[in-house]
Design a protein around this ligand. Structure first.
Ligand code: GUN
Length: 286
């Protein structure tokens, strides 16, 4: 039976440490770190995610500045707000919750965020720094959160066969690069992959980020594999992941639950990225 990779507990430990780090700065008279959170529209899942991010900020001593725009907001208006936040010296990080309404081009928005405030790590400059394996950028939050979780449990990725299912811009692509930077042998699967099971069965570490409920069945997992589930879907009112957890947990050595696995780690990584941006900004005015 697999050991649970407890994202809530690991997050508690990291957030407690971060809170103490932030207090060291504020007790010396520095301002608090701050994150601007922008939500366009009222997508119910996005509302929940944004609220969770804001609450987490507050608990560790990061100020969160919330901008809630209506669904029909014009792209130019959103770009204008991002530019204002770019120029605001009190703002360390800018997060525009995705997905955006269809009439707004997310890439234009991402490219408007100043790279030193792009705590999501989605700006091409930060993606480029990730590929170049430079520490000065921001690593997208879900990949970073997964790496911290693996490290916490002493799971070394070096030399491992890792299969990432899903090649999206937010998780699969940057995660594959991050794992490659850490000397894993990475296979990336996507909707055009011909024989998904062949690749998942080969994996020492299997990571699924597709949003397809229970895509990963027991017969697709190698005995003793580490299984990381990034998916969050609602099925009959219940939150489920990409992995058929109840069956797969009997085969895996380690497994993340949904909820309580990768989700909290993503938010923890966002807090860490915001603190990284804060330190850069504070040091640049000292
Ligand atoms: N939507 C789903 N995941 C994310 C994320 O990590 N950041 C943002 N901004 N939007 C998301």
């Amino acid at each position: 039976m697999a050991t649970i990779l407890d994202g809530r507990e690991v997050s508690r430990i990291y957030r407690e440490r971060l809170k103490e780090e932030i207090e060291k700065y504020t007790s010396k008279g520095f301002r608090k770190p701050s994150l601007a959170v922008v939500l366009v529209g009222d997508d119910p899942a996005s509302v929940v995610y944004v609220n969770n991010k804001r609450k987490a900020c507050q608990k560790v001593g990061i100020e969160s500045i919330f901008h809630h725009l209506s669904e029909d907001t014009e792209e130019e208006k959103l770009l204008q707000l991002v530019k204002e936040l770019n120029e605001d010296p009190k703002v360390d990080g800018i997060l525009v919750q995705l997905p955006l309404p269809k009439h707004i081009n997310p890439q234009r928005v991402i490219e408007t965020i100043r790279p030193d405030k792009d705590v999501d790590g989605f700006h091409p400059e930060n993606m480029g720094k990730l590929i170049a394996n430079l520490d000065s950028g921001f690593i997208p939050c879900t990949p970073l959160g997964i790496k911290i979780l693996l490290d916490h449990y002493g799971i070394d990725v070096k030399g491992k066969d890792i299969t990432v299912v899903g090649a999206g811009y937010i998780v699969g692509k940057p995660l594959s690069v991050l794992l490659l930077n850490n000397n894993a042998t990475v296979t990336v699967c996507h909707i055009y992959t011909r024989d998904l099971k062949k690749h998942t069965l080969n994996a020492d570490i299997l990571i699924s980020a597709t949003g397809v409920p229970h895509l990963i069945k027991e017969d697709m997992v190698k005995d003793g594999a580490v299984v990381i589930d990034v998916g969050i879907s609602k099925v009959n009112g219940k939150i489920v992941g990409d992995v058929d957890f109840e069956r797969v947990k009997t085969k895996a050595s380690y497994i993340t639950p949904v909820p309580g696995g990768v989700g909290p780690m993503t938010i923890t990584a966002l807090l860490l990225n915001t603190f990284k941006a804060y330190k850069l900004h504070i040091e640049s005015v000292c």
